[in-house]
Design a binder for this molecule. Structure first.
Ligand SMILES: *Cc1c(COP(=O)(O)O)cnc(C)c1O
Length: 382
């Protein structure tokens, strides 16, 4: 049996995969088992920040791999400590808890808020149309019914309000004992919906007024994607908790829950843990990624954003574009899911988010790769 047949027979049927078996790549150019070439406009869902097999990243990962692959959290390891320092210095947060995924980072944030609430305040407010992960508790936080079907009962203590509606948020604070608010600044799985700066600042002010934590889910928006390390840095706010994963390891599984001044000492030994959390190989990859998050990179993200937006806005079949940096959602005349199929046939790997076409290319995509992708996109969408 070939890869697709094996997968279809033996892998749990949770994914509607594209009929492509990827083998190797270089930056935003990928190849499948038949040798067919693709331009990668999804980066493994915002994971491969510097594309496939970036030389510096690979060197960092393989050097650590030839020293020690794992140590457990009973011991200190240098890459994890160094990564935490970089994250704190670049974000304004104070301490970090490491896990292995976005869902785990959000689980940690939820535990932080509950402990901070001291058994008195226990409700976490999230937004309708949000996405926070697939564990039962992060599903409970997620404000989309489509993800809830078949999996109840859910974790109590969550309340969902409409994004952009500050009166509804204030009402949630009056009706519940709120210990924290958890929001995405751009709802990624929700269709690449950018939240308004004024609204987010008003939510931050409400959190301040009621002594609740402002927690930002930056799992998809983080790690340079929006032209800053974290998207909240575009909004002029400093959250109390920030969750990060996807792009953090540059392609290896690592998640982080960043703790601000108010909550940096909320946890005591024994309160939380993760066997693989902060694994030295993943952390070494993440250190390499973080050490290249600088103004020069952010300018490149902004420049490539402009190239994408100006090409797409002049493109027949495009009804609208939303997003920041290299996180773009495109409303199209044709069905977005069908377009992803046609694009794949033409050698472009794209994503959808709800009914929109979604582009999350590697931040390092070259101008040539971008031009090639845009040429095909224009042909397919027209
Ligand atoms: C992908 C995503 C998650 C879940 O991350 P996993 O690593 O798949 O657990 C959580 N929040 C947001 C905003 C995401 O985009």
């Amino acid at each position: 049996m070939n890869t697709m047949q094996l997968d279809n027979q033996y892998i749990a049927r949770t994914y509607a995969r594209q009929p492509v078996a990827l083998v190797r790549g270089e930056n935003a150019t990928l190849y499948d088992e038949s040798g067919k070439k693709y331009i990668d406009m999804g980066a493994g869902i915002a994971v491969n920040v510097f594309g496939a097999c970036d030389a510096a990243w690979r060197e960092a990962v393989t050097s650590q791999l030839s020293l020690l692959q794992h140590a457990s959290n009973y011991y200190y390891t240098q890459p994890m400590a160094e990564l935490a320092r970089l994250l704190c210095e670049k974000s304004g947060m104070r301490r970090v808890f490491f896990g292995n995924s976005g869902a785990e980072a959000n689980e940690c944030a939820i535990k932080v808020a509950r402990k901070y609430g001291g058994g008195v305040k226990d409700t976490i407010v999230t937004l309708e149309n949000s996405f926070h992960g697939r564990t039962i508790t992060t599903l409970s936080a997620t404000g989309q019914d489509a993800f809830h079907r078949d999996f109840g009962p859910f974790t109590p203590g969550f309340c969902h309000v409409a994004p952009g509606d500050i009166a509804a948020m204030r009402e949630a604070f009056s009706n519940h004992k709120v210990c924290g608010v958890l929001v995405e600044l751009i709802q990624g799985e929700g269709g690449v919906r950018v939240l308004d700066t004024g609204y987010i600042r008003a939510v931050a002010a409400l959190c301040e007024e009621f002594g609740a934590l402002l927690m930002v889910d930056e799992v998809q928006t983080g790690i340079g994607r929006t032209g800053r390390l974290y998207c909240y840095q575009n909004y002029g706010i400093l959250p109390d908790v920030v969750t990060s994963a996807k792009g953090l390891g540059g392609g290896l599984p690592i998640g982080a829950c960043l703790l601000g001044e108010k909550v940096k000492d909320v946890f005591a030994p024994g309160d939380h843990g993760s066997t693989f959390g902060g694994n030295p190989v993943c952390a070494a990859g993440a250190v390499s990624v973080l050490s290249r998050m600088d103004d020069a990179l952010y300018r490149e993200v902004a420049r490539k954003h402009d190239i994408l937006v100006s090409a797409l806005s002049g493109c027949a079949g495009v009804l609208g574009i939303e997003g920041i940096g290299l996180m773009l959602g495109v409303r199209t005349r044709e069905d977005a899911h069908a377009l992803v199929g046609s694009l794949r046939e033409q050698g472009v790997l794209a994503l959808t988010a709800k009914d929109r076409l979604r582009f999350l290319p590697p931040l390092s995509i070259t101008d040539d790769e971008l031009t090639e992708a845009l040429t095909r996109v224009k042909e397919v969408l027209a």
